[in-house]
Design a protein around this ligand. Sequence first.
Ligand SMILES: [Zn+2]
Ligand SMILES: [Zn+2]
Length: 73
Amino acid sequence: MRCIKCGYVTENELDTYCQNCGHEFNSNYCTNEHCFQRNNGEPIPCNEDACYCPDCGSETVYFREGLITPKKY
Ligand SMILES: [Zn+2]
Ligand SMILES: [Zn+2]
């Protein structure tokens, strides 16, 4: 698992936070509150590299915070 914020790579997939910068892994959520109401009001985590929610197309938290930008595939 690679930290999206600082690039630190951890071997432990169960880590919740980056040891280097304190970033919380898998905390990338859809910013559209109507989107996660489909999940009993619980935010649904998006992929670490997702700029937009795959379900509704809204911006994700990481993208809004400037942590990630769309890549060329
Ligand atoms: Zn980090
Ligand atoms: Zn969404």
